[in-house]
Design a protein around this ligand. Structure first.
Ligand code: ADP
Length: 476
């Protein structure tokens, strides 16, 4: 039984849950406890007690803990990658890559502890100096989704600790295995009791307990639009600092002058890898008239040839959908697309394999229009809608006509178009001749419009959320 880590101890709970392998439902990955509201209260109490001392910890103390965590993640990336692939369903290479990235994130933020610089200015008044410094915010609630079970926790936990905050970490119920393994490493990293706490449990129990408690100063959340927007209202009305990463409906534009091979690679990678379950996936492919038919014909061929199967088999390119409700949602959107009048070119069906799992063939819709639900709403599965554009200006207008603004991309050989696109696309991230999904860990991550709220995540920009600024005046 995998327990929660609260106040420096492993804590049991009456409620438990099984973690199932979506590639093989007969494979139980493990048993995990579910926190009660009292467990969350204990974790918040422990974090509040630990915080005064931890907020004054030296950069070296924080560096040593983060560096230890990063080194162990990197050393165990194969083993932890297998666990991740088993519980979430992405392929083994993708899962190993995700664990390695989590390790690199901890290493990056270990380094950031040593680079905490402020500003020193003369005052406008005589005999005065002004210092601007950053201090930790306090106790941070971290709520994460199931699609990146170790990288998203890493990119929230590492900066939270690096800048001197205490953490209550609530992973997605669907994938507690990677979160628990990460917490187990953190439990041996030399942090004082209460600085880091793991509370696996139901969102409806743990979420409100974190949001409503005045001892929690900030909440960082990645997940669905509905849950995130409600959390925002509840948290902001209590004066908490909030950071949200929600959905995306990321456009990828293919212009007539694109290199067809690059365009196909970017589309397949962006739309279907990780089973399309990435908030940066490109599910809207906007294709200029002249290249449209050639592109679509080749895309259908390559999509149909993708090997869907058990996440741990070496030949598999696309693993299963993460769970039954996500599979149902994917199938529902395939039906919606057909009802709306788009044409299903390939895929969109449940597949049988020799293990019982949530296998689904990647789907391509053509003749989609930008007002259809399959082109407006986040499906979070391997379903791509192709929208035809008359020219570049039309493509850009279509790309911007959406409530989300997370990632975006364009495939073109024109420097002029690429430069114009980078400036005019309404998105937090944009890619030229590279897939919309797949980002670096040392630079900011986040979106505009309905995709995000609050300061950016990752890289040095993470300090905006995880610190508060102090302005100090000294009369010499
Ligand atoms: P996803 O389907 O991408 O996981 P969710 O919004 O359902 O998106 O879940 C994201 C995280 O939010 C999960 O850890 C989930 O348990 C948690 N969660 C669910 N309901 C709430 C809530 N009412 N308050 C806070 N967190 C919640």
């Amino acid at each position: 039984m995998h327990k929660n880590w609260i106040a420096g101890e492993w804590v049991a709970s009456q409620n438990t849950q099984q973690n199932l392998n979506p590639s093989d439902l007969s494979d139980i990955v493990g048993e995990y406890v579910r926190a009660s509201a009292a467990d969350v209260d204990a974790a918040i109490g422990a974090a509040s007690q630990a915080w005064p001392a931890w907020s004054l910890s030296t950069p070296q103390q924080r560096f040593d803990a983060l560096d230890f965590i990063g080194s162990e993640l990197l050393a165990r990336k194969e083993e932890l990658g297998e666990l991740l692939a088993r519980e979430e369903g992405k392929t083994r290479p993708e899962a190993i890559g995700e664990v390695a990235r989590a390790g690199q994130i901890f290493k990056f933020f270990a380094g950031e502890t040593l680079r905490a610089a402020g500003e020193f200015l003369p005052s406008v008044r005589p005999g005065l100096n002004v210092e601007i410094t950053r201090e930790p915010i306090g106790v941070v609630g971290i709520i994460t989704p199931w699609n990146f079970p170790i990288a998203i926790p890493a990119w929230k936990i590492a900066p939270a600790l690096a800048y001197g905050n205490c953490v209550i970490f609530k992973p997605a119920d669907l994938v507690p295995g990677s979160a628990w393994a990460l917490a187990e490493i953190i439990s041996r990293s030399g942090l004082p009791a209460g600085v880091f706490n793991l509370v696996m449990g139901r969102g409806s129990v743990v979420g409100p307990a974190l949001v409503e408690d005045p001892r929690v100063h900030a909440i960082t959340f990645t997940g669905s639009v509905g849950t995130g927007n409600q959390l925002l209202i509840d948290a902001v009305s209590r004066h908490k600092k909030v950071q949200l990463e929600l959905g995306g409906k990321n456009p990828f534009i293919v212009l007539d002058d694109a290199d067809l091979e690059v365009a196909l690679d970017c589309t397949i990678q962006g739309a279907f890898y990780s089973t399309g379950q990435r908030c940066t996936a490109s599910s809207r492919i906007i294709v200029e008239r002249g290249i449209h038919d050639r592109f679509v014909e080749e895309l259908a061929k390559r999509t149909s040839a993708l090997r869907v199967g058990h996440a741990l088999r070496s030949e598999t390119q696309i693993g299963p959908v993460a769970d039954a409700s996500q599979l149902e949602q994917d199938m529902e959107y395939v039906a919606i697309g057909q009802r709306e009048g788009a044409q299903l070119l390939c895929g969109g069906e449940r597949l049988q394999r020799d293990t019982e799992g949530f296998f689904f063939s990647p789907a391509v819709f053509v003749n989609a229009t930008n007002d259809m639900r399959i082109a407006r709403e986040e499906i979070f599965g391997p379903v791509a809608a192709i929208v035809r554009a008359d020219d570049y200006d039309h493509a850009l207008a279509l790309a911007n006509d959406n409530e989300f603004g997370l990632s975006s991309g364009i495939c073109t050989q024109s420097l002029k178009r690429a430069t114009h696109f980078k400036r005019h696309i309404q998105a937090g991230m944009t890619m030229v001749n590279v897939a919309t999904a797949g980002v670096d860990y040392h630079v900011p991550f986040g979106g505009r419009k309905g995709s995000s709220y609050g300061p950016r995540e990752q890289g040095r920009y993470a300090q905006e959320f995880f610190t508060v600024v102090k302005t100090a005046y000294t009369a010499a």
